[in-house]
Design a protein around this ligand. Sequence first.
Ligand SMILES: Cc1cc2nc3c(=O)[nH]c(=O)nc-3n(C[C@H](O)[C@H](O)[C@H](O)COP(=O)(O)OP(=O)(O)OC[C@H]3O[C@@H](n4cnc5c(N)ncnc54)[C@H](O)[C@@H]3O)c2cc1C
Ligand code: SF4
Length: 380
Amino acid sequence: MQTENFKNELSRCLGCKAKPCEKACPLGVSPHDFIALALKDDFNKASSIIAEKNPLPQTCGLVCPDRFCQKACIRAKIDKAVEIPCLQAEIMRRGGYPDIVLPPKTNKKAAVIGGGPAGLGATYELILAGWCVDLYEKESRLGGTAWLIPDFRLPKEILEYEINRIVNNDRVTVKLNTKITDFQTLKKDYDGVILSLGKTITYTSGIKGGEHYIPYTEYLSHPEKYQSSKIAIVGGGEVALDCAMTAKKNGSKDVEMFVRRRREDMRIMARDQLELEKFGIIVRDLSSITEIKDKNGNYDISAVKNRINDQGKAETLAGTDYSLGGYDILVEALGAYYPKEHIPEDFIIAGDMSGTGDTVVQALASGREAAQKLISGENK
Ligand SMILES: Cc1cc2nc3c(=O)[nH]c(=O)nc-3n(C[C@H](O)[C@H](O)[C@H](O)COP(=O)(O)OP(=O)(O)OC[C@H]3O[C@@H](n4cnc5c(N)ncnc54)[C@H](O)[C@@H]3O)c2cc1C
Ligand code: SF4
């Protein structure tokens, strides 16, 4: 952020006594307070009070949506809300990170299973309470789904730096490439176990030819593998938009999003609607793909138009079938879930798997809450 823009944005804060922005932050970080310090050029103190409560502070500044602190900002009543997450990211960049001061060790040890934001949030809270943590992660790195957030929004060196800051100490033992399947047996070796496994199953539309879709998890993990000139992405949320933007940035000429509902119903931020236009992404709204046909590596699709009925639901409009062709990549980005029936009883769960949120900051808050339960002896 340019210094002039940064200072201008800081100066738009009204310093509201009631601090609605603080109340709206899932982690209780106070924009009111950190902006006041930044206005006095005390970036060091400003970044410290952010990082005390948020263990992934610059990451959240870069990726937090506008529906928490920013939505609560009183300045919106005058002109527009202060762009708090951007300010948080910039303050962290300027102010740096305080050392994490750990209390003496207790004799308590927890297992945290799943090294995404929720597991990291739980780990941070546990070590601050003197606990030791074995952090189990099935993949070869920590960070979970945050790795799928494209680099142009979240440079991964920032994520890595912030993760290392949490785990590089004598309290945390990281066990990578370790998928836990028997949670009950593991429980016997610890004073408590927290499960933070994320959403493990992607939704699929189940249409004829649906096997030709690439799941968004695969596409965003290795976008360089999927060079395309004409790509179709199914889904109308932020994840689908990330796929579309990634395709554009990777040189795809034609990027089309197929959205079941109206364009204005897309679950994306207002500023992202502008991005769609800026990058020339075609939105085929009120459309559902019904079949995919493989034409030797290129795909034809059949689709049908929808309408929004009186109950506000999208329903198919009979007789509106249409066909399009020449796609070389098709991506399915309909979201993911953790199957409730697989959640083991008598465990504390945190993050996306618990269905309490779908953002990094909510996962961190949920991890913190899970750790607090464990620390206070609510371990079931
Ligand atoms: C494309 C995309 C873009 C996004 N953009 C944003 C954004 O802009 N802003 C935002 O705030 N959020 C965003 N999110 C959402 C955010 O990434 C998630 O809400 C957050 O990562 C959830 O954290 P979690 O720890 O609950 O789960 P996850 O991050 O999914 O972590 C779960 C971890 O558990 C591990 N695991 C699972 N099972 C086991 C097992 N049996 N044993 C060991 N380890 C296991 C997994 O490998 C994973 O590392 C985005 C998500 C996607 C997919
Ligand atoms: S609500 Fe907005 S204007 Fe008021 S203190 Fe918070 S950031 Fe500043």
